[in-house]
Write a new protein. Structure first.
Length: 236
């Protein structure tokens, strides 16, 4: 029996979705073969389904984009504290390095005699010092003295120097005869150059007495009082 259009129209959604029984589906197909208006109604269902699919796809795409945005925001929120912690660590480290540098530059280390490679006193009375490889100095002082030992006088140059801890660690000081100290020798040429350790310099200068007055004054060191504190490194 041929199904009427009103009944087919009621069954079309089920037929379209493939959920009606086999016999019913066969009857609907038979009706559709001879009914143009019902076929048009089925075509509208197909069009609506396609539009719905497109809307669903667009909705899924929008949801995916929203999800990606949320994930990106979460990553940025997680990353920001890490960046702030890293920046704080860099600031703390820089402050620590600067603080250590200030401290280390104030620590004065005595330079052993063996760290000095060569000492020369030129014709211009310029004292030049060359350090061993990897060694350096950052402060230098020198003076002209008369050394009196057992009643015998000798004209000598005394010098001392130190290296601060920072320069010692990073070799950030003088090393290769780059500095010269000039002396005005008003009496006679120095016969010897002696090195005095930085931590013993005050003891040596304390053994110095000035004799005479005016242009004839002499700074005389008691040789017996400084025995073992003077390290001869050059002699004429």
């Amino acid at each position: 029996m041929k199904m009427p259009c009103y009944l087919v129209r009621d069954l079309l959604p089920l037929y379209h979705d493939g959920v009606c029984g086999e016999e019913t589906a066969a009857d609907v197909r038979e009706h559709l073969e001879g009914c143009e208006s019902c076929r048009a109604a089925l075509a509208e269902l197909d069009a609506d389904t396609g539009a719905e699919a497109r809307l669903n796809a667009e909705g899924e795409q929008a949801s995916a984009e929203a999800l990606r945005k949320v994930r990106g925001d979460l990553r940025r929120k997680r990353l920001l504290p890490a960046l702030l912690v890293g920046l704080a660590a860099v600031v703390v480290l820089a402050a620590a390095v600067l603080g250590f540098r200030r401290y280390a530059m104030g620590v004065q280390l005595t330079i052993p005699t063996e760290d000095i490679a060569a000492v020369t006193l030129g014709e211009d009375n310029a004292l030049r010092i060359t350090m061993q490889d990897g060694k350096c100095w950052t402060a230098f002082t020198a003076c002209y003295r008369t050394l009196r030992t057992g009643g015998q006088d000798k004209e000598i140059v005394l010098f001392t120097m130190y290296v601060d801890l920072w320069s010692s660690l990073f070799r950030d000081g003088w090393s290769d005869g780059q500095q010269a100290m000039l002396f005005d020798n008003l009496q006679q040429e120095a016969q010897e150059v002696c090195y005095v350790r930085w931590d013993e310099w005050d003891q040596v200068t304390a053994a110095t007495k000035t004799e005479g007055e005016g242009s004839g004054a002499q700074d005389v060191i008691n040789g017996d009082a400084v025995s073992g504190l003077l390290h001869p490194l050059w002699e004429r």
